[in-house]
Design a binder for this molecule. Structure first.
Ligand code: TRP
Length: 363
């Protein structure tokens, strides 16, 4: 029998999801879900992981669990085909983390480049580094293996976590016998998917910078952000001047979101983005026209997402049940893995009385 294809992916619920999440992961998840190629798809809302650097603000994490679920449902994650679950309600993950912590060294953890960068960004070097944050890659290994995931779709920054997980799987299986499934990362194909810049051109969209377009933003907000904040070409002062595309966020977004149909509908003087770019580079195409087009493109894409979100927002009881039932399914899966792990380690003392024979022989 061929190995089952099982997906696990997840997000920290620290805020509503934005267009970067959409091009980088959500769109792909929906495509994978609808492809029918996978035997099981799980999405984990990693609230425990989010707490490793938000211990002083659990309310923020709590509030964003529902926002993230609504974003999932709005973009087309279908609870009949995809299990959406909450990490903190899956106690097997905590137990697995504790065992896996013995499979890694602190030296190995210190080398994780993503965690290193995050430590710096959060100022933990000066403030003191929470041990939970330092070890979260191990808890992520627990997430991945608990679901027996073969495929883990993630952003590029998550590759070190999957690498670490693979090492833990390798070591665990070597010591205790073939028990855990070896996962593989799947990352976005192209640069735009890998990192969509904020509207101001900075590498990351963040709430504090106010440079993100969120899936739940209204059409008016999108218009305001693009017109008011989106970075173009600072040398393109007059319409006739030649324009530059490098670092021009309007064109980065058009690369990510525009399709030939959009030209027919909103900007029929061009048939495709390449033609528009050529005109911009030559000179004679104004930033205002480009922005107006981008606003139409974004709102056309976001309108059905807004409608879906509004529909689910009006039925939050059902959303709650989706999350509760998804978490119950996930609980069965992860408990089964923990039982298998404890059995492999032979620490499942109370599963049956066979250990008693062993203990008796000692005396
Ligand atoms: N670390 C991931 C992020 O910050 C979230 C996450 C937690 C995750 N557990 C996971 C991703 C398991 C994939 C698989 O985006």
């Amino acid at each position: 029998m061929a190995e089952k294809k099982i997906i696990l992916t997840g997000d920290r619920p620290t805020g509503r999801l934005h267009l970067g999440h959409y091009v980088g992961s959500l769109k792909r998840r929906v495509e994978m879900q609808n492809s029918g190629e996978y035997d099981q798809i799980n999405i984990l809302i990693a609230d425990d992981q989010a707490l490793t650097d938000n211990a002083d603000n659990p309310g923020k994490i709590r509030d964003n669990i529902i926002q993230v679920v609504l974003d999932y449902l709005a973009v087309g994650i279908d609870p009949a085909r995809t299990t959406i679950c909450v990490q903190s309600a899956l106690p097997a993950l905590h137990a697995l983390t504790f065992y896996y912590l013995n499979m890694v060294t602190t030296a190995r953890l210190s080398r994780n480049p993503t965690v290193k960068a995050e430590i710096q960004m959060r100022g933990f070097e000066d403030e003191g580094l929470p041990a939970g944050f330092f070890t979260y890659p191990v808890s992520q290994a627990a997430d991945i293996t608990a679901f027996n995931a073969t495929v883990v779709p993630v952003g590029e920054d998550q590759l070190p976590m999957i690498e670490q997980t693979r090492e833990i799987v390798e070591k665990f299986n070597r010591i205790y016998g073939e028990t855990l499934v070896m996962p593989k990362a799947v990352i976005p194909e192209n640069a735009v998917q890998r990192r969509l810049p904020g509207v101001d051109g900075s590498a990351k969209m963040s709430k504090s910078l106010g440079n993100g377009i969120y899936l739940s933003d209204t059409a008016a907000t999108v218009k305001k952000l693009v017109n008011g904040k989106m970075f173009t070409d600072p040398q393109h002062l007059r319409i006739e001047d030649p324009g530059h595309l490098e670092g021009n966020v309007v064109f980065t977004y058009l690369d990510a979101f525009s399709r030939p149909e959009h030209f027919a509908e909103f900007l029929p003087q061009y048939t495709c983005l390449d033609e528009m770019k050529e005109h911009y580079k030559r000179g004679g195409l104004g930033d205002g026209t480009c922005k107006k087009f981008l606003i139409s493109v974004l709102n056309e894409m976001m309108d059905p997402i807004r409608t879906e979100r509004a529909r689910w927002e009006a039925d939050l009881d059902t959303v709650y049940d989706i999350l509760r039932e998804g978490t119950a399914r996930a609980r069965a899966i992860t408990d089964e893995t923990l039982a298998r792990v404890r059995h492999a380690m032979r620490i499942d003392y109370f599963e049956d009385r066979s250990i008693l024979d062993e203990w008796k022989k000692l005396l």
